[in-house]
Design a binder for this molecule. Sequence first.
Ligand SMILES: Cc1cc2nc3c(=O)[nH]c(=O)nc-3n(C[C@H](O)[C@H](O)[C@H](O)COP(=O)(O)OP(=O)(O)OC[C@H]3O[C@@H](n4cnc5c(N)ncnc54)[C@H](O)[C@@H]3O)c2cc1C
Length: 361
Amino acid sequence: MPHRIAIIGGGYVGIELAKSLENIAEVTLIEQNSHFVHAPAMVRAVVDPSILARALIPYDTLLQRGRIVRAVAQSVSETGVTLASGEEIAADHIIVATGSHNAVPFKSNGGDIERLRAANARVHDQLVAAKTVAIVGAGAVGTELAGEIAHAFPEKSVHLVSSESDLFPQHPAKLGRALTAKLQASGVSLTFGVRAQNLQSLTEPFAGTLSLSNGTEIASDLVFPVIGSKASSSLLQSLPGAQLGQAERIKTDAWMRPSQLRNVFAAGDVAEAGDAMTIVSASRQISWLKKTLKAVIAGKNLEDLKPYTPWGPKAPFLVPLGPKIGNSFLGAFTAGDFLTRKLKGTDLFLSKYNKLLGRDA
Ligand SMILES: Cc1cc2nc3c(=O)[nH]c(=O)nc-3n(C[C@H](O)[C@H](O)[C@H](O)COP(=O)(O)OP(=O)(O)OC[C@H]3O[C@@H](n4cnc5c(N)ncnc54)[C@H](O)[C@@H]3O)c2cc1C
């Protein structure tokens, strides 16, 4: 009898694993939404909603043999997954890849795709009408958003506010310095080492004057709170031995297991395995899981196989500021406009993910 694999979450981890295992196991992918959300393109979609036609990709052409169940998974056990409807999906191996949520309009956050489209349209209209925009949070999403707005709407006044002392202090200083100079040259004003004191929402853009901890104010027509992702880990939190890490991620053992259940794995944003919450990091976990699950299906004992080793701070990190400029940390060196544009800025990996989901690239 073929091994049964249940995968919860059709994000980056879920779709790649389902596709690569469907020919050697009976794969069931459980996903609450009708469409895959390609997050890197959701930043540019705020300035150019036409990109949504390729950034929100239907799941119906993803798998050939495996099945996709459109449902909310409610709980996980050693024998399978229980859906919110009460239906049980029996499985021999379970992978929890429920990812994370972020501010509107970047991710669907449990709502359906039409709500995400409506949020994108609403925020785009607010942006078009705004003269002054403030972005709170200068992680990759906040920094890219500042670059996209400065590129698409050079007449707007854009402020990027960060509580850190520089851009990307965890990476070599050259990366942050180069991006800071490019943003400033595009007219973006950067304020470091301050906190916003009156955020009306942490999850949705809003209008209003922003008060900063250094006593200054930014009279803004639109404020984007972009303060990072939180893992969607509720399914894992109650499992025996589960330990909560940063941003509500669940710590995993050396074989990517988040609890004492021997056949339940977790990967991607929901798992704290020593990697950042990025697609780039998830790709290393996906490769390890593919190889490891194939060996387990072939009869190997999991704990005799090589444990997962995280990518850590050497993981590549690509930061376009609109379609033309940007900088990237590529492990051994920091690349400039040309490579950043080629690798990410021009296409934002839209062709890759449309192809993976069985659509015209
Ligand atoms: C705006 C933005 C831009 C980004 N850009 C980049 C980038 O350029 N490069 C990069 O490397 N990283 C980027 N990231 C980070 C990247 O998106 C995440 O690391 C990635 O999405 C994690 O993939 P995942 O498979 O773990 O989960 P996700 O992509 O979050 O997918 C999880 C899936 O699980 C589903 N789900 C959740 N709970 C349930 C449930 N109970 N039942 C059924 N389904 C469920 C969700 O609907 C979702 O489809 C960006 C993030 C954001 C917010």
